[in-house]
Design a protein around this ligand. Structure first.
Ligand code: ADP
Ligand code: MG
Length: 256
């Protein structure tokens, strides 16, 4: 059965897109069938997969507005071995049009993915850095949420807000929704504050914190400029290996 995972955190720059792209590539390397959905008008996941966001014929925007089927907008990522539903800044306009719909506007993505989701073992959604109608669509479509976070002073505060939102969505529209896990990103073990926040995180969220930690690694930051996941930029880098480890941890967790 296929599963949909939203990568979400209303804060920008915490590693959502890096996680969505590299986790998708890592799971695909483990022979899973993957679809990555770019739901951020910045189109960073699209560019990071080597697809030029300025040249899209069809995108997430058309799909959300019901102007084309998801199957007709999906492209194959090479190298990568996974599929991508790409997007660009047109999605900002779609957001406004979605807000003006009378009803069911938060179910658009769920409905659009329904005809294609069974083709995949996993669908990963890269959310924008906001709790807006786009992220709401992702959380309504998803079975679980993966929350990347940087272990900084204000991170825990932001996290409680997000967890409260997830609880509300579970109660009101999507009873399936659960927390896939909280992922520590851009981690620097030499930083005392990071270690403190990390300890507090485990105290609060226990098993819901992934054991895998994503280190700060320049290869992860460089890879998008080559339009490839880190695995195809430097497969032995600490960053690429960390996302492979995360994929392994998720597969093991799902099997247990
Ligand atoms: P978000 O999608 O949450 O806004 P990004 O994934 O785009 O965050 O990451 C923000 C910036 O940090 C990007 O320039 C990205 O390349 C860089 N980055 C993300 N994760 C790492 C990491 N583990 N090590 C080094 N740089 C990273
Ligand atoms: Mg992003």
């Amino acid at each position: 059965m296929s599963r949909i995972i939203a990568v979400a955190n209303q804060k920008g720059g915490v590693g959502k897109t890096t996680t969505a792209v590299n986790l998708t590539a890592s799971l695909a390397a483990m022979r899973r069938r993957l679809l990555l959905v770019d739901l951020d008008p910045q189109g960073n996941a699209t560019m990071g997969c080597g697809v030029d966001k300025r040249l899209l014929e069809r995108s997430t925007t058309d799909v959300l507005l019901g102007e084309c089927a998801a199957a007709d907008a999906i492209v194959t990522v090479d190298p990568g071995g996974f599929d991508l539903l790409p997007c660009n800044q047109d999605l900002t306009a779609a957001e406004v049009r979605l807000l003006n719909l009378p009803a069911g506007r938060e179910h658009r993505l769920e409905q659009a993915l329904a005809p294609v989701r069974e083709r995949y073992d996993l669908v990963v959604i890269d959310c924008p850095p906001a709790l807006n109608i786009l992220t709401l669509n992702a959380l309504v479509a998803a079975d679980s949420v993966l929350i990347p976070m940087q272990c900084e002073y204000y991170a825990l505060e932001g996290l409680s807000g997000l967890v409260a939102t997830i609880e509300q969505i579970r109660a009101a529209v999507n009873p399936r929704l659960r927390i896939e896990g909280i992922l520590r990103t851009m981690f620097d073990p030499r930083n005392n504050l990071s270690n403190d926040v990390s300890a507090q995180l485990i105290q609060h969220f226990g098993e819901r914190v992934f054991r895998t930690i994503i280190p700060r690694n320049v290869r992860l930051a460089e890879a998008p400029s080559f339009g490839v996941p880190a695995l195809f930029h430097d497969k032995d880098s600490r960053g690429a290996l960390a996302y492979l480890a995360l994929a392994g941890e998720m597969v093991r967790r799902a099997e247990n």
